[in-house]
Design a protein around this ligand. Structure first.
Ligand code: FAD
Length: 374
């Protein structure tokens, strides 16, 4: 189909990747972000090989991973600190951990370079399958395509009646970024991503570039003291006494997000396509929510470009991309289920999952996937 005009709701990873991909294919692109500036929620982020491929395809890779960390391995440890599973990242399974804001700005720069306009402080109030979009100030614009990429709480998606299910998994995470100490930068033992378990609580230790350490503290929603903010350091020190010096460095920053899974009846309606968390939010246990958002945003631009008309492009897009995204959602949810099991049983399950080629294959399927358009 010939390039046209696209209006995008939301300047997160999905919306900005779509902006770059459409602009690079000759479309005129306007992105609306309701926040006053481009800012990510959260701290650090894992980018697996699939996400790196998308970033390369849209010309954002170099900026996105500059100074980022490449962990040699990921370990899972039981409450005593014993390693119950270890996964070495091989060259073809390259994985970067970076500060989220850097990733967001890299994608935004690629989108702007390709000619996309990003309007901050502009909220999308409604979108119509006919192609009309109304933004704050009551301005209505028409578009050949509207991309709804405004996150898990998308009101536009809900108003369209496309939501099939929205499920809370019962767990969630507090995420923080703290300075990385010189000994953590240089020590061999502190280069890995480490998942420490104790009861229903988990502390994920993620080096994130030279100067930052990303910590994700996950627990059940019913563990009110565990997810109270500011973080109750003594609570977490009780669960992880051997990590006291780390926990005591966490200040008053941080946010709590419950894990949710979103599925839609359809990823599109008329001239509207829904992408990213708005369409397929998932538990972050595989670190693929952003990866799927970026893959599906690029896949959308490619499918529409290759199709005769918009309707068949949107159908091809969903047919091609949705099965993998749903596989990630299922496997990721499974880890939330296992996380709620008693210590001994969970340790056994994680140890088996870490050694089973089949389970590792399931876990890494999206990471090994070659995304459309890359
Ligand atoms: C604890 C945790 C850890 C995670 N770790 C990883 C990881 O390591 N790797 C990974 O790939 N993924 C990870 N994810 C998932 C990842 O964060 C999300 O999948 C990703 O941010 C989704 O991007 P998005 O663009 O769809 O939505 P969002 O990032 O939510 O962006 C939506 C944007 O739309 C804007 N907006 C909302 N409504 C409107 C409106 N009406 N008009 C205009 N703008 C609007 C918002 O302000 C926001 O900027 C994690 C998630 C969690 C909760």
């Amino acid at each position: 189909m010939k390039p046209g005009h696209v209006e995008i709701s939301g300047a997160g990873f999905a919306g900005l990747t779509a902006a770059a991909a459409f602009a690079q294919r000759g479309w005129s692109v306007r992105v609306h972000e309701r926040a006053p500036d481009l800012r990510t929620a959260g701290a650090g982020i894992f980018i697996f090989q699939n996400g790196l491929r998308v970033l390369r395809a849209i010309g954002a890779l170099e900026d996105a991973i500059r100074g980022g960390h490449q962990a040699p391995a990921r370990e899972t440890r039981d409450p005593s600190g014993k390693v119950i599973s270890r996964f070495e990242f091989k060259v073809e399974q390259r994985i970067y951990t970076v500060v989220r804001q850097q990733l967001l700005e890299a994608i935004a720069a690629a989108a702007r370079k390709a000619g996309a306009e990003i309007v901050t402080g502009s909220e999308v109030l409604s979108a119509d399958p006919s192609g009309a979009v109304t933004v704050s100030g009551g301005i209505t614009r028409s578009a050949d395509l509207i991309v709804v990429a405004d996150g898990v709480n998308s009101r536009i998606r809900d108003a369209l009646g496309l939501l099939r299910s929205r499920k809370r998994l019962g767990d969630g995470a507090i995420r923080v970024l703290i300075p990385r100490l010189p000994e953590e930068r240089d020590g061999i033992d502190s280069q890995n991503v480490v998942e420490h378990w104790s009861g229903k609580r988990r502390l994920l230790y993620v080096p994130c570039g030279q100067s930052d350490l990303y910590l994700a503290l996950t627990t059940l929603e019913r563990d009110a003291p565990g997810h109270a903010l500011p973080l109750r350091q003594e609570e977490w020190c009780r669960s992880f006494p051997h990590l006291r010096s780390l926990i005591e460095r966490i200040g008053t920053e941080g946010r709590w997000d419950p894990f949710e899974v979103i599925t839609l009846d359809s990823w599109s309606a008329g001239r509207i396509a829904i992408v990213g968390d708005a369409a397929h939010a998932q538990a972050p246990n595989l670190g693929q929510g952003g990866g799927c958002a970026m893959m599906n945003a690029l896949g959308l631009a490619v499918a529409v470009e290759r199709s005769e008309d918009l309707a068949s492009g949107l159908q091809d897009w969903e047919r091609r991309e949705r099965p993998l995204t749903e596989q990630v959602q299922r496997v990721s949810s499974l880890y939330s289920v296992v996380g709620a099991w008693p210590d001994a049983l969970r340790s056994l399950a994680l140890s088996i999952a870490g050694r089973s080629k089949w389970m590792v294959g399931q876990r890494m399927r999206a990471a090994r996937h070659i995304p459309t358009g890359t």
